[in-house]
Design a protein. Structure first.
Length: 144
C-alpha cells in the first residue's frame, strides 16, 4: 500500500507480464498505474495522482476526495438501540462511542504496511496512467 496526497494505491504483481500494476482505492474514479520495479511503480503512482488532479482541474471538476471523515452506517433498530445504550452507560455520545469502537477494531488488526505487493493471476497489463474512465457510485458520467 502506498499513500500520496491522501490517495492510497494498492499493487499486484503480474508475473506473466513482468509488471507491478496498481489502482488508487480511496476514490470512486478509476486511477491506475504500473511499473517494472518498486521504484517505477511508486513514481507512476505519484504521476497518476498528479495527472488525475490536473485532469479534474482542466475539466473544472472537483477531484473525488479521499475521505471526508463522515460516513453513514445503516444498522437494525435493535443494534442502534443497543449501541445507544452502551454509549450512554459509558457516559459518551453515540458518535464518540462508535469512534472508540472503530479505533479498538483497527488497533486489533495491527499497523498498516506501507508497501504491499501481492501475487496476482491477472492476465495482461494495465495502462500506466489511465485518466478516470468512469465514476463508481452515484454518478455514471463518462470521462474522456
Amino acid at each position: 500500500m502506498m499513500e500520496y496526497k491522501g490517495y492510497i494505491g494498492v499493487t499486484e504483481c503480474d508475473e506473466e507480464a513482468a509488471i507491478i500494476h496498481g489502482e488508487v482505492i480511496n476514490t470512486r474514479d478509476v486511477v491506475t498505474f504500473q511499473g517494472a520495479s518498486i521504484a517505477e511503480v511508486k513514481k507512476a503512482f505519484h504521476e497518476s495522482v498528479d495527472d488525475y488532479l490536473a485532469f479534474c482541474k482542466a475539466r473544472g471538476e472537483d477531484p473525488d476526495k479521499p475521505f471526508s471523515g463522515q460516513f453513514v452506517t445503516r444498522v437494525s433498530p435493535s443494534l442502534h438501540r443497543q449501541a445507544s445504550l452502551a454509549a450512554a452507560i459509558s457516559g459518551k455520545s453515540l458518535n464518540a462511542w462508535v469512534i472508540e469502537q472503530i479505533h479498538g477494531a483497527v488497533a486489533r488488526i495491527g499497523p498498516m504496511k506501507t508497501e504491499t505487493v501481492k501475487k496476482s493471476s491477472a492476465s495482461g497489463p494495465k495502462r500506466a496512467c489511465r485518466k478516470p474512465a468512469r465514476r463508481r457510485g452515484k454518478k455514471s458520467e463518462q470521462h474522456a
